[in-house]
Design a protein around this ligand. Structure first.
Ligand code: SF4
Ligand code: SF4
Length: 410
């Protein structure tokens, strides 16, 4: 009789060699992921492309799949996409579709399945075009998150998805396998939260850009998890160091920034770089490439792991939800913990949900929390970089002059 995988601790850490310097290791992230995906495929696993943080990676992993993020961050693939998609569409959608049109994303080319979800309209309709020549499964995401029947519908969607994966991959997803996958993902989320927490320090040991680099397109790779542990150990002491009596380094002279809004996927980091080269330090990213999807874990001890999974993912505060109060609550909390001096909201051109919601974020930041706020709307083209740099500089001037005029504490 085969041993039930539940006999292993879900939080068990596999021993994993970790040799390279973490920043160098993640500097090769795409190559590392490619090697990993090729080896997994050779060993009989299925590569499953995902396009949104609502897609529960754990279910795919429990079905013997390797979930790979396919979101495009390159401006170069956009002209090919615009042959079929409207030019006035979010660059993230166009870039992703451009890779499909050009067939030059190796992960997409090796994908046995692509999983989408009904979030924004542009993505939904793009999936229809993808599905003309690739295997696509779309999860229906109810968007009134506070309605009790909305959650029941989401749970039913995950049950349907589980049955679909079992049928397609000719396997059975047991509760034990699901718990194992939940254990791996909870560990990854815990480590990535630990990394992010380094930035709470008065002297953050990393730049926001470096922190963004410390993130893999494939979850649960053993070496990645070992590298996350290594960075935390490496920088924890530095960030605990009060630095009393020492000259203030660049990290504590910089303006502390919270970045919110749309995801900044691999290749689309231009605005982050402008902010940090203009004297800012992004101490916290609230978006989907930052803390938003990892703030909550799945209850690994819950009697029904699928129900626990559905709960965690349904709590994700994306602007496609209406209303989306959880995002404002999360922003309030992160601002309290990370002490940014201003908030910058990034909106990809034609992203209507984040664009409209930016009004509520501005009100929260300026009126309730009394911090300067800047909304940047742009796409993947560098043509407006100089204009963005000027606006960021003006924001930092406001922060510095407020700082100067602050009454001294008695
Ligand atoms: S911002 Fe919304 S639609 Fe985009 S990845 Fe995150 S949850 Fe999905
Ligand atoms: S950034 Fe906005 S428009 Fe673009 S894919 Fe995400 S939710 Fe959709």
């Amino acid at each position: 009789m085969s041993q039930c995988c539940c006999n292993q601790s879900p939080e068990a850490k596999p021993a994993c060699a970790s040799s390279a310097d973490p920043l160098a290791w993640f500097g090769q992230m795409l190559n590392n992921c490619l090697q990993y995906a090729r080896a997994a495929k050779q060993s009989g696993k299925r590569v499953v492309g995902i396009l949104c943080e609502y897609t529960p990676r754990e279910l795919i992993m429990a079905a013997g799949g390797v979930p790979v993020c396919l979101c495009g961050g390159s401006a170069k693939t956009i002209p090919a996409a615009e042959e079929r998609l409207p030019a006035n569409l979010c660059p993230l959608i166009k870039s992703t579709f451009g890779y499909h049109a050009l067939k030059n994303n190796p992960f997409l080319e090796m994908a046995d399945l692509i999983v989408g979800e009904t979030t924004c309209d542009g993505k939904k309709k793009m999936y229809e075009l993808l599905a003309e020549s690739r295997p696509v499964y779309v999860l229906e995401l109810p968007q009134k998150a506070d309605d009790p029947d909305a959650f029941a519908h989401w749970l039913a969607e995950l049950k349907k998805f589980k049955a679909f994966l079992e049928d397609r991959f000719q396997t059975t997803v047991t509760d034990c396998q699901l718990r194992q996958a939940i254990g791996v993902m909870n560990r990854e989320r815990t480590l990535r939260r630990g990394l992010a927490a380094l930035m709470k320090a008065d002297r953050p040991p990393l730049t926001g850009r470096q922190l963004l680099t410390l993130k893999s397109s494939i979850s649960g790779i053993c070496e990645d998890l070992a590298q996350y542990e290594k960075v935390i150990a490496l920088y924890r002491d530095q960030s605990n160091d009060s630095g009393a009596g020492q000259e203030c380094p660049a990290s504590c002279q910089s303006v502390r920034v919270l970045l919110t809004g749309v995801p900044t996927v691999t290749g689309a980091e231009r605005v982050l770089e402008i902010i940090e080269s203009g004297g800012g330090r992004i101490v916290v990213m609230e978006n989907c490439t930052g803390l938003k999807p990892i703030l909550e874990d799945v209850d690994a001890a819950a009697p029904d792991p699928l129900l626990a999974l559905a709960e965690k993912y349904f709590h994700l505060p994306c602007s496609v939800m209406t209303p989306n109060r959880r995002r404002l609550d999360s922003l309030r909390q992160l601002i309290g913990e990370y002490r940014p001096q201003c908030v910058i909201e990034l909106v990809w051109q034609a992203c209507l949900t984040y664009d409209v919601e930016s009004h509520r974020v501005r009100r929260l930041v300026e009126d309730e929390l009394g911090l300067p706020y800047l909304r940047i709307e742009t796409d993947y083209s560098p043509s407006d970089s100089a204009r963005i740099a000027v606006r960021v500089e003006a924001l930092f001037e406001t922060v510095r002059s407020r700082q100067k005029n602050k009454p001294l504490a008695v």
